[in-house]
Design a protein around this ligand. Structure first.
Ligand code: FAD
Ligand code: NAP
Length: 437
């Protein structure tokens, strides 16, 4: 057999020291007392008070509409455009698989104190801040570590030290070596392979908890856009919509779709971004653009506007541009939009349907181009606001380009760099993007 020398990175000795203790384990999510990204409140305990699957069927992504309620006033006043962070859980089947592979099934519910192993070779080693000092292994894997994360080379290097079969070990060594870059790229990165799929390829690998704790990233909270307006004096309720990709199920969407009424959920309010609609914006004309669940934040805008109308206030004009796959099968919250149109909170709704055959507009970009006069008016009016919600990779750049092209076509003589101009509008808070990842 041809033997090739490969350069394998150095692995550190494990840093974890876990001692069984007869102490109570916190009932709340293990990350409930941890500092959360972009948090403006502490982690709050809520209950699912409403949960509906509002879309399902062939060739559409299932969409769920969930309301969480807190028993106590959180003391936080949120605005349309704001988001919450939901603390997530890995699936039981993923956790069981890991516990089994680590030979931990018989001891996974024992409560333990975790600390640094005094023999670790890692300088400045510390237990990650998202792992509390008292855990059990089952909940450590369920609540703290991302079991879908793509394994980095240093993790794979550490796995080699816990692999008995020579072929398995060689395979892992190649994956983590400099020479194996293209194999790593092809097998791991391009497939978005997680630790579980990797372990399935190397049956003789049985890593320790310490290895996974040292190398797997934190199970991060996921942001969701609030779809209802804050109600003064009422107990705090937060509604959001989420879609689920059945072919590539994510961690949090799998957790959320399994929730029934009464289930406990841990969440927090996130800092407002530029994408916000406050009382002070009510008099301004607005254009709102969103596709699929990307229309959900606008439900809270419209509720705030309807409340203002009910108080007898004058509000600016509101135009909504939405895109779904099918008019009859996955038009989200159609009845609600209709009521806002009838009640005057919404002036007009333009619709695109990407998979209907008899549709004039497939995507919202085509709708915007069709209504270019309104877009130009909105952008030129210093008091009007332009909102768009969607993913940062595809939708948001494409909408920016569409608006840029519309402006350029409207002023063929102009020497303005419209791309830079839109950049300035974004900085000035006139063109407001809700950036979903
Ligand atoms: C500011 C902000 C606000 C957001 N608001 C919402 C919201 O209101 N509603 C909402 O549904 N999402 C929203 N998201 C996205 C949300 O935070 C999650 O990223 C999403 O729900 C997937 O989380 P997950 O843990 O299930 O997926 P992960 O385990 O993180 O895996 C991500 C992978 O899951 C797959 N996936 C899962 N669900 C989908 C889907 N619906 N479409 C495409 N691919 C999917 C993809 O393969 C993706 O690469 C928002 C994101 C941001 C940054
Ligand atoms: N990455 C994630 O984990 C994740 C999770 C949730 C949401 N999101 C993002 O959030 C937004 C809403 O998600 P969703 O799942 O509710 O919607 P979705 O069902 O994926 O899409 C809603 C509509 O938008 C259309 N669309 C697709 N690409 C488009 C484009 N480039 N420009 C304009 N329209 C386009 C779709 O058409 P076709 O499908 O027929 O092409 C469909 O009609 C999307 O931007 C999505 O990427 C991402």
């Amino acid at each position: 057999m041809l033997s090739i020398t490969i350069n394998v990175p150095v692995a550190h000795l494990p840093l974890l020291h876990a001692v069984a203790k007869d102490v109570p384990l916190q009932a709340a999510h293990l990350q409930a007392n941890v500092l959360q990204p972009f948090a403006v409140t502490k982690v709050l305990e809520a209950f699912v008070t409403d949960s509906k699957m509002i879309v399902e069927g062939e060739d559409v992504k299932p969409v769920h509409d969930i309301t969480l309620s807190c028993e106590h006033d959180t003391g936080y006043r949120f605005w349309p455009g704001d988001t919450i962070g939901i603390l997530s859980y890995n699936t039981d089947s993923d956790v069981e698989y890991i516990l089994d592979r680590l030979n931990l099934k018989s001891q996974c519910d024992t409560v333990r104190n975790v600390g640094i192993d005094q023999h670790t070779t890692k300088k400045g080693a510390k237990i990650p801040m998202y792992v509390p000092s008292v855990i059990n292994y089952r909940r450590l894997f369920k609540e703290c570590l991302d079991l879908h994360a793509v394994p980095k080379k240093l993790l794979i290097r550490s796995l080699t030290s816990h692999t008995t079969d020579e072929n398995d070990r060689r395979f892992l060594e190649i994956l983590c070596s400099k020479e194996g870059n293209s194999t790593y790229e092809k097998i791991v990165l391009q497939n978005g392979m997680g630790i579980i799929s990797l372990l399935q390829l190397v049956p003789s690998c049985r890593p320790t908890v310490a290895v996974l704790l040292a190398h797997l990233p934190r199970l991060m909270p996921r942001p969701y856009s609030i779809a209802n307006a804050y109600q003064e004096g009422a107990s705090v309720a937060v509604r959001f919509l989420f879609s689920h990709d059945v072919n590539h199920p994510g961690i949090t969407t799998t957790y959320l779709r399994g929730l029934e009424k009464g289930a406990k959920v841990y969440f927090y309010f996130r800092q407002s971004s530029a994408f916000v609609y406050k009382d002070s914006d009510l008099k301004r004309n607005i254009i709102m653009v969103g596709t699929g669940t990307g229309m959900s934040p606008y439900l809270s805008f419209l509720e705030l506007r309807a409340n203002a109308l009910a108080r007898g206030e004058t509000i600016g004009r509101a135009e909504l541009f939405v895109g779904f796959r099918y008019r009859e099968r996955n038009y989200l919250c159609r009845e609600e939009i209709k009521e806002y149109l009838e009640g005057g909170a919404l002036d007009v709704c333009y619709e695109a349907f990407s998979r209907d055959t008899d549709t004039r507009h497939k995507y919202v970009q085509s709708l915007l181009a069709d209504k270019c006069a309104q877009i130009v008016d909105n952008i030129r009016n210093p008091h009007a606001l332009f909102y768009v919600c969607g993913d940062s990779k595809v939708l948001l750049p494409q909408i920016t380009k569409t608006v840029t092209d519309i402006l350029a076509e409207a002023s063929p003589e102009s020497e303005t760099d419209f791309k830079a101009f839109i950049g300035e509008l974004k900085k000035d808070g006139k063109y407001r993007e809700d950036v979903w990842l």
